[in-house]
Design a protein around this ligand. Structure first.
Ligand SMILES: Cc1cc2nc3c(=O)[nH]c(=O)nc-3n(C[C@H](O)[C@H](O)[C@H](O)COP(=O)(O)OP(=O)(O)OC[C@H]3O[C@@H](n4cnc5c(N)ncnc54)[C@H](O)[C@@H]3O)c2cc1C
Length: 486
């Protein structure tokens, strides 16, 4: 990692822009603002001793373990693919192997089922009963209903309860650690909802888009994205994992990133000094220092942004604070290939929850990114905890690792002990977008815009993926630079 941070003592002063939060959103916003306004005086304040926030990678004994996101999928213009190009990282992108096109489902604690991707595979798959399959086939005849629903109810209404139980529950748990009965289909999977709105049927809409393509104001979908296509396949960065993106952004921002700088308050203040006009923001730091700026970007988790917003907009702050953020735990275990009876294939598995299995989802890192593990080793990254199993976050490390190891032994017929174990607990890391989320976010952003000079960006607003965060950072960078004096 490049060391470009400076100590907080050195940063008293006035700026055009202060970005609070040095995760991928804050770094990208800062990079984009400087791209549009190179002369702007800008500082990024990061409370911890490293930038990157949730994004980071560990390198040990020939393994690369991403501590947060293990890769990214590109959709829509202005996402990570474009950013990587702008940072000169285009040549370092690594595409996941074809294994990434296969997703598995863990049933009955040990049976791995490959999820079907074609109608023929679906008909032959033991995924659903004959009755469940018939109900799915009737989806085009289900009446359109555009009232906002949780993912579980939406899936059940359109495809039947069996598919909702078998797929919606594990998918939401495995991807966000959240609850499919709470998560909004409109906020989390707006494209699926769009298909119902536009075509009256998800199946027919998907088929039509696949054949003809579509482009709307809201969605950029040249054709229905397929896993195997460049954009929709999972990517990472050669030799470094996701950390590479952070290192490149940090390098671009050399001298402007302040590590160990926690913002504790923001306050409206009158501009002072020669030629000053209008009002500015004063940012208080934990160490007692203060900074001022015309524009402040809060690129923070929603609940932290809420704390800073509360004195100015208590209702908006309460709305942000109410967004659920379940804890999730990333445990990665590596085994000698010779000790693994059933080779983990595919991108990984989702789990139908039971009392026995603690893993919510797995990523088969050595299958999709072989360069991230020595050739004679198998590396499996798992996600556990979430709303389903909140007690998992309190387990001591050894016990948490033992639980996950026990699950993997059963599923893959592993004979030996792990040769490498990584454990990281993410407290309140992935926001869950409940029903009503989009309306609440629109209201919060409108109220914040009224204050003037204050901006919100991050994973709580328009999508949680790294690609979404990068796009949100660009949105806010455009807002800031359009308001800076020309
Ligand atoms: C386990 C896990 C797996 C994931 N997997 C994927 C994946 O495979 N693909 C994908 O696309 N997405 C994935 N995501 C989602 C994605 O990684 C995140 O949504 C994204 O990284 C969030 O970035 P951010 O910059 O908005 O927030 P953060 O990364 O949370 O950054 C916020 C920063 O603000 C700092 N900060 C906090 N308070 C203050 C303060 N008061 N003053 C100054 N600084 C402060 C924090 O230290 C932090 O660095 C995953 C998330 C998790 C948790």
């Amino acid at each position: 990692m490049t060391d470009t941070g400076t100590r907080p003592e050195a940063v008293n002063g006035d700026h055009d822009v202060i970005v609070i939060g040095g995760g991928v959103t804050g770094l990208t916003a800062a990079h984009q603002i400087l791209g549009r306004a190179p002369d702007a005086s800008l500082a990024v304040l990061e409370s911890s001793e490293r930038v990157g926030g949730i994004v980071g990678s560990r390198h040990e004994r020939g393994f690369t373990v991403d501590t947060g996101p293990h890769g990214f999928v590109v959709y829509g213009p202005g996402g990570v693919g474009d950013l990587a190009g702008e940072l000169g990282l285009g040549g370092e992108l690594v595409l996941a192997t074809g294994e990434a096109e296969k997703l598995l489902l863990l049933r009955h604690d040990e049976e791995l089922l490959t999820l079907p991707t074609t109608p023929r595979e679906f008909l032959r798959s033991p995924l659903l009963s004959a009755r469940g399959k018939l109900r799915v086939a009737l989806e085009p005849f289900v009446a359109k209903d555009l009232s906002e629903e949780p993912v579980y109810e939406f899936t059940a209404r359109r495809f039947g309860w069996e598919l909702a139980r078998t797929l919606a529950v594990p998918a939401v748990l495995g991807v966000t650690g959240g609850d499919s009965r709470r998560l909004s289909i409109d906020a989390k999977f707006p494209y699926v909802r769009y298909l119902e709105e536009r075509y009256g049927s998800i199946l027919l809409g998907a088929l039509r888009v696949q054949l003809r393509g579509t482009q709307t104001g809201r969605f950029y979908v040249p054709r229905l994205p397929k896993f195997g296509e460049f954009g929709m396949r999972l990517h990472t960065f050669r030799g470094h994992g996701m950390q590479r993106l952070i290192d490149a952004l940090e390098k671009e921002l050399a001298g402007r990133v302040r590590l160990g700088c926690r913002a504790t308050g923001i306050e409206r203040t009158a501009a002072t000094g020669a030629g000053a006009s209008g009002r500015r923001w004063r940012v208080a730091l934990e160490n007692g220092a203060e900074l001022t700026a015309d524009h402040v970007v809060l690129a923070l988790p929603a609940y932290t942004a809420a704390g800073l917003l509360a004195p100015h907009l208590p209702d908006a702050a309460a709305a942000l604070d109410a967004i659920p953020h379940p804890d999730v735990r990333v445990i990665a275990l590596a085994y000698r290939r010779a000790d693994v009876a059933r080779e983990p294939t595919g991108i990984g598995f989702l789990t139908i929850p039971t009392e026995r299995t603690r893993i919510l989802a797995s990523i088969h890192t050595s299958a999709i990114f072989p360069e991230q593990a020595p050739e004679d080793m198998v590396l499996i990254r798992t996600l556990a905890g979430g709303t389903q199993d909140p007690a998992f976050s309190s387990l001591p490390r050894d016990e948490a690792v033992r639980n996950v190891h026990g699950d993997l032994v059963r599923i893959f017929g592993i004979r030996g002990e792990p040769v490498f174990a990584f454990d990281h607990l993410w407290r309140r890391a992935i926001p869950e977008y409940p029903v009503g989320h989009r309306r609440r976010v629109d209201r919060v952003l409108a109220a914040v815009a009224e204050l003037g000079g204050l901006h919100l960006a991050g994973n709580a607003y328009h999508g949680v993926g790294v690609n979404d965060c990068v796009r949100d950072a660009r949105r806010v960078a455009a807002d800031v630079t359009s308001a800076l004096p020309g």
